[in-house]
Design a protein around this ligand. Structure first.
Ligand SMILES: NC(=O)c1ccc[n+]([C@@H]2O[C@H](COP(=O)([O-])OP(=O)(O)OC[C@H]3O[C@@H](n4cnc5c(N)ncnc54)[C@H](OP(=O)(O)O)[C@@H]3O)[C@@H](O)[C@H]2O)c1
Length: 249
Protein backbone atom coordinates (compact mmCIF):
# COMPACT_ATOMS: atom_id res chain seq x y z
CA UNK A 1 0.00 0.00 0.00
CA UNK A 2 1.19 3.50 -0.80
CA UNK A 3 2.18 5.71 2.14
CA UNK A 4 -0.52 8.36 1.65
CA UNK A 5 -3.30 6.20 0.18
CA UNK A 6 -6.71 7.78 0.85
CA UNK A 7 -5.27 11.06 2.12
CA UNK A 8 -6.12 14.54 0.83
CA UNK A 9 -3.15 16.94 0.75
CA UNK A 10 -3.35 20.69 0.18
CA UNK A 11 -0.09 22.48 -0.68
CA UNK A 12 0.21 26.24 -1.15
CA UNK A 13 2.84 27.40 -3.61
CA UNK A 14 2.47 24.01 -5.27
CA UNK A 15 3.16 25.06 -8.85
CA UNK A 16 6.92 25.40 -8.43
CA UNK A 17 10.02 24.27 -6.56
CA UNK A 18 9.63 22.57 -3.19
CA UNK A 19 5.82 22.70 -3.25
CA UNK A 20 5.58 21.12 -6.68
CA UNK A 21 8.14 18.38 -5.91
CA UNK A 22 6.25 17.59 -2.70
CA UNK A 23 2.90 17.54 -4.50
CA UNK A 24 4.32 15.08 -7.03
CA UNK A 25 5.77 12.80 -4.37
CA UNK A 26 2.56 12.90 -2.29
CA UNK A 27 0.50 12.11 -5.42
CA UNK A 28 2.83 9.21 -6.29
CA UNK A 29 2.29 7.98 -2.73
CA UNK A 30 -1.47 7.84 -3.26
CA UNK A 31 -2.70 11.21 -1.99
CA UNK A 32 -5.32 13.33 -3.71
CA UNK A 33 -3.25 16.48 -4.12
CA UNK A 34 -4.59 20.02 -4.37
CA UNK A 35 -2.11 22.79 -5.14
CA UNK A 36 -2.53 26.55 -5.04
CA UNK A 37 -0.54 29.51 -6.40
CA UNK A 38 -1.16 32.82 -8.19
CA UNK A 39 0.08 32.15 -11.74
CA UNK A 40 -2.65 30.22 -13.55
CA UNK A 41 -0.49 29.11 -16.51
CA UNK A 42 2.23 27.74 -14.22
CA UNK A 43 -0.45 26.12 -12.07
CA UNK A 44 -1.97 24.40 -15.11
CA UNK A 45 1.43 23.09 -16.21
CA UNK A 46 2.18 21.82 -12.70
CA UNK A 47 -1.14 19.99 -12.48
CA UNK A 48 -0.31 18.26 -15.79
CA UNK A 49 3.25 17.43 -14.66
CA UNK A 50 2.12 16.02 -11.31
CA UNK A 51 -0.66 13.88 -12.81
CA UNK A 52 -2.56 11.40 -10.58
CA UNK A 53 -5.67 13.62 -10.65
CA UNK A 54 -3.90 16.59 -9.04
CA UNK A 55 -6.13 19.64 -8.78
CA UNK A 56 -5.08 23.31 -9.01
CA UNK A 57 -6.84 26.30 -7.44
CA UNK A 58 -5.57 29.79 -8.16
CA UNK A 59 -5.25 32.22 -5.29
CA UNK A 60 -3.09 34.58 -3.26
CA UNK A 61 -2.23 33.43 0.29
CA UNK A 62 -2.13 37.04 1.44
CA UNK A 63 -5.84 37.33 0.71
CA UNK A 64 -8.06 36.09 3.56
CA UNK A 65 -11.06 35.64 1.26
CA UNK A 66 -8.99 33.21 -0.84
CA UNK A 67 -8.41 30.95 2.18
CA UNK A 68 -12.11 31.03 3.12
CA UNK A 69 -13.23 30.27 -0.46
CA UNK A 70 -10.59 27.53 -0.71
CA UNK A 71 -11.84 25.86 2.49
CA UNK A 72 -15.43 25.98 1.21
CA UNK A 73 -14.51 24.58 -2.23
CA UNK A 74 -12.32 21.78 -0.85
CA UNK A 75 -14.88 20.81 1.75
CA UNK A 76 -17.52 20.58 -0.99
CA UNK A 77 -15.41 18.76 -3.57
CA UNK A 78 -13.04 16.62 -1.47
CA UNK A 79 -14.67 16.45 1.97
CA UNK A 80 -11.74 17.05 4.32
CA UNK A 81 -8.00 17.65 4.32
CA UNK A 82 -5.47 15.33 5.99
CA UNK A 83 -2.25 17.17 5.15
CA UNK A 84 -1.87 20.94 4.84
CA UNK A 85 1.49 22.30 3.75
CA UNK A 86 1.70 26.10 4.05
CA UNK A 87 4.60 26.49 1.68
CA UNK A 88 4.07 29.58 -0.52
CA UNK A 89 6.75 32.18 0.09
CA UNK A 90 8.81 35.04 -1.26
CA UNK A 91 12.24 36.49 -0.53
CA UNK A 92 13.89 39.81 -1.33
CA UNK A 93 17.46 39.94 -0.07
CA UNK A 94 18.44 43.41 1.09
CA UNK A 95 20.27 45.04 3.98
CA UNK A 96 17.80 46.53 6.47
CA UNK A 97 18.45 50.11 5.35
CA UNK A 98 17.22 49.17 1.86
CA UNK A 99 14.03 47.45 3.04
CA UNK A 100 11.12 49.68 2.10
CA UNK A 101 7.72 49.43 3.75
CA UNK A 102 6.49 47.72 0.59
CA UNK A 103 9.19 45.02 0.68
CA UNK A 104 8.63 44.51 4.42
CA UNK A 105 4.86 44.19 3.92
CA UNK A 106 5.28 41.77 1.03
CA UNK A 107 7.36 39.40 3.20
CA UNK A 108 4.96 39.52 6.11
CA UNK A 109 1.79 39.43 3.98
CA UNK A 110 2.83 36.25 2.15
CA UNK A 111 5.26 34.42 4.46
CA UNK A 112 3.55 35.19 7.78
CA UNK A 113 -0.04 36.40 7.44
CA UNK A 114 -0.59 33.91 4.60
CA UNK A 115 0.47 31.05 6.88
CA UNK A 116 -1.56 32.24 9.88
CA UNK A 117 -4.84 32.75 8.07
CA UNK A 118 -4.30 29.71 5.88
CA UNK A 119 -4.14 27.48 8.96
CA UNK A 120 -7.04 29.38 10.55
CA UNK A 121 -9.24 28.67 7.50
CA UNK A 122 -8.11 25.15 6.63
CA UNK A 123 -7.71 23.56 10.09
CA UNK A 124 -11.50 23.38 10.68
CA UNK A 125 -11.87 21.20 7.57
CA UNK A 126 -8.98 18.92 8.56
CA UNK A 127 -9.51 15.40 9.79
CA UNK A 128 -8.41 14.63 13.34
CA UNK A 129 -4.94 13.08 13.29
CA UNK A 130 -3.88 15.20 10.33
CA UNK A 131 -0.53 16.84 9.66
CA UNK A 132 0.31 20.50 9.10
CA UNK A 133 3.71 21.40 7.68
CA UNK A 134 4.91 24.99 7.70
CA UNK A 135 7.74 25.72 5.26
CA UNK A 136 9.95 28.14 7.14
CA UNK A 137 13.66 28.60 6.40
CA UNK A 138 17.04 27.98 7.92
CA UNK A 139 17.24 31.79 7.90
CA UNK A 140 14.68 31.85 10.73
CA UNK A 141 17.30 30.46 13.14
CA UNK A 142 20.63 31.18 11.46
CA UNK A 143 21.88 34.67 10.68
CA UNK A 144 22.56 35.04 6.97
CA UNK A 145 23.57 38.24 5.19
CA UNK A 146 20.72 40.50 3.99
CA UNK A 147 18.05 38.10 5.22
CA UNK A 148 16.70 40.24 8.11
CA UNK A 149 13.15 40.99 6.86
CA UNK A 150 12.74 37.53 5.33
CA UNK A 151 14.15 35.87 8.47
CA UNK A 152 11.69 37.74 10.68
CA UNK A 153 8.74 36.72 8.52
CA UNK A 154 9.80 33.06 8.58
CA UNK A 155 10.67 33.02 12.31
CA UNK A 156 7.16 34.29 13.10
CA UNK A 157 5.61 31.50 11.02
CA UNK A 158 7.78 28.95 12.85
CA UNK A 159 6.59 30.34 16.19
CA UNK A 160 2.97 29.96 15.06
CA UNK A 161 3.65 26.32 14.24
CA UNK A 162 4.97 25.50 17.72
CA UNK A 163 1.93 27.12 19.33
CA UNK A 164 -0.43 25.25 17.01
CA UNK A 165 1.22 21.94 17.92
CA UNK A 166 -0.23 22.54 21.39
CA UNK A 167 -3.48 24.22 20.31
CA UNK A 168 -4.46 21.25 18.12
CA UNK A 169 -3.67 18.68 20.80
CA UNK A 170 -7.28 17.57 21.25
CA UNK A 171 -7.59 16.87 17.52
CA UNK A 172 -4.22 15.07 17.36
CA UNK A 173 -3.19 17.26 14.47
CA UNK A 174 0.60 17.38 14.34
CA UNK A 175 2.25 20.64 13.31
CA UNK A 176 5.87 20.67 12.19
CA UNK A 177 8.25 23.10 10.57
CA UNK A 178 10.22 22.23 7.45
CA UNK A 179 13.25 24.50 7.28
CA UNK A 180 15.10 24.30 3.97
CA UNK A 181 18.63 25.52 3.55
CA UNK A 182 19.51 26.93 0.11
CA UNK A 183 17.59 24.82 -2.40
CA UNK A 184 17.85 24.90 -6.16
CA UNK A 185 14.42 26.28 -7.15
CA UNK A 186 12.92 29.17 -9.09
CA UNK A 187 13.18 31.34 -5.97
CA UNK A 188 16.92 31.69 -6.59
CA UNK A 189 16.01 33.79 -9.64
CA UNK A 190 13.81 36.06 -7.48
CA UNK A 191 16.22 36.94 -4.69
CA UNK A 192 16.16 40.65 -5.44
CA UNK A 193 19.89 40.62 -6.32
CA UNK A 194 21.52 41.27 -9.68
CA UNK A 195 22.66 38.59 -12.12
CA UNK A 196 26.28 39.57 -11.33
CA UNK A 197 25.71 39.04 -7.62
CA UNK A 198 23.78 35.76 -7.97
CA UNK A 199 26.65 33.54 -9.20
CA UNK A 200 29.13 34.43 -6.43
CA UNK A 201 26.33 34.35 -3.82
CA UNK A 202 25.28 30.81 -4.77
CA UNK A 203 28.87 29.64 -5.07
CA UNK A 204 29.63 30.99 -1.61
CA UNK A 205 26.54 29.23 -0.22
CA UNK A 206 27.45 25.89 -1.85
CA UNK A 207 31.03 26.10 -0.57
CA UNK A 208 29.94 26.77 3.01
CA UNK A 209 27.36 23.95 3.16
CA UNK A 210 28.96 20.74 4.52
CA UNK A 211 27.15 18.81 1.76
CA UNK A 212 29.10 20.94 -0.76
CA UNK A 213 26.02 21.82 -2.79
CA UNK A 214 22.51 23.20 -2.63
CA UNK A 215 19.55 20.92 -1.88
CA UNK A 216 17.20 19.71 -4.60
CA UNK A 217 13.42 20.14 -4.35
CA UNK A 218 13.09 16.36 -4.24
CA UNK A 219 15.23 16.22 -1.10
CA UNK A 220 12.86 18.67 0.58
CA UNK A 221 9.88 16.65 -0.66
CA UNK A 222 11.25 13.48 0.99
CA UNK A 223 11.48 15.30 4.31
CA UNK A 224 7.94 16.66 3.87
CA UNK A 225 6.70 13.11 3.21
CA UNK A 226 8.26 11.97 6.47
CA UNK A 227 6.46 14.74 8.38
CA UNK A 228 3.16 14.11 6.56
CA UNK A 229 3.08 10.34 6.78
CA UNK A 230 2.79 7.63 9.39
CA UNK A 231 6.60 7.41 9.47
CA UNK A 232 6.55 10.71 11.38
CA UNK A 233 3.48 9.93 13.49
CA UNK A 234 5.19 10.72 16.83
CA UNK A 235 6.96 13.84 15.51
CA UNK A 236 5.25 17.03 16.59
CA UNK A 237 6.34 20.65 17.00
CA UNK A 238 9.83 20.17 15.56
CA UNK A 239 11.82 22.34 13.22
CA UNK A 240 13.36 19.96 10.68
CA UNK A 241 16.40 21.57 9.06
CA UNK A 242 16.97 20.09 5.62
CA UNK A 243 20.13 22.01 4.93
CA UNK A 244 23.04 19.63 4.26
CA UNK A 245 24.43 20.57 7.67
CA UNK A 246 24.54 24.33 7.04
CA UNK A 247 23.02 25.09 10.44
CA UNK A 248 26.25 23.79 12.04
CA UNK A 249 28.58 26.36 10.55
N1 LIG B 1 14.71 27.60 -2.27
C1 LIG B 1 15.32 27.94 -1.16
O1 LIG B 1 16.55 28.13 -1.10
C2 LIG B 1 14.52 28.09 0.12
C3 LIG B 1 15.21 28.14 1.34
C4 LIG B 1 14.49 28.30 2.51
C5 LIG B 1 13.12 28.38 2.48
N2 LIG B 1 12.48 28.32 1.29
C6 LIG B 1 11.00 28.45 1.31
O2 LIG B 1 10.44 27.36 0.61
C7 LIG B 1 9.16 27.75 0.10
C8 LIG B 1 9.06 27.33 -1.35
O3 LIG B 1 10.00 28.07 -2.09
P1 LIG B 1 10.73 27.50 -3.39
O4 LIG B 1 12.17 27.52 -3.12
O5 LIG B 1 10.07 26.27 -3.84
O6 LIG B 1 10.47 28.71 -4.40
P2 LIG B 1 9.56 28.89 -5.70
O7 LIG B 1 9.89 27.82 -6.69
O8 LIG B 1 9.73 30.30 -6.10
O9 LIG B 1 8.09 28.64 -5.14
C9 LIG B 1 7.39 29.62 -4.43
C10 LIG B 1 5.93 29.29 -4.57
O10 LIG B 1 5.13 30.20 -3.82
C11 LIG B 1 4.07 30.66 -4.64
N3 LIG B 1 3.66 31.98 -4.14
C12 LIG B 1 4.43 33.07 -3.95
N4 LIG B 1 3.68 34.09 -3.49
C13 LIG B 1 2.41 33.60 -3.38
C14 LIG B 1 1.18 34.16 -2.96
N5 LIG B 1 1.08 35.45 -2.56
N6 LIG B 1 0.07 33.37 -2.96
C15 LIG B 1 0.14 32.08 -3.38
N7 LIG B 1 1.27 31.51 -3.79
C16 LIG B 1 2.39 32.26 -3.79
C17 LIG B 1 4.66 30.68 -6.05
O11 LIG B 1 3.68 30.63 -7.07
P3 LIG B 1 3.07 31.94 -7.80
O12 LIG B 1 4.20 32.89 -8.01
O13 LIG B 1 2.46 31.41 -9.04
O14 LIG B 1 2.06 32.47 -6.82
C18 LIG B 1 5.44 29.38 -6.01
O15 LIG B 1 4.58 28.30 -6.23
C19 LIG B 1 9.05 29.25 0.33
O16 LIG B 1 8.26 29.49 1.48
C20 LIG B 1 10.48 29.67 0.58
O17 LIG B 1 10.59 30.83 1.37
C21 LIG B 1 13.14 28.17 0.11
Amino acid sequence: MKTLEGKVALITGGNSGIGKATAKLFAEQGAQVIITARRQDVLDRAVADIGFGAFGIRGDVGDLDHHRALAAQISKEFGAVDIYMANAGVIDLKPSDAITEEIYDQHFRINTKGVFFGVQAISPIMNNGGSIIITSSLAATKVLPNHTAYAGSKAAAAAFAKNWAIEFKDRRIRVNILSPGPTDTEILGKLGITEDQRGPFLEHMANTIPAGRLATSDELASAALFLASDAGRYVNGIELNVDGGMSLI
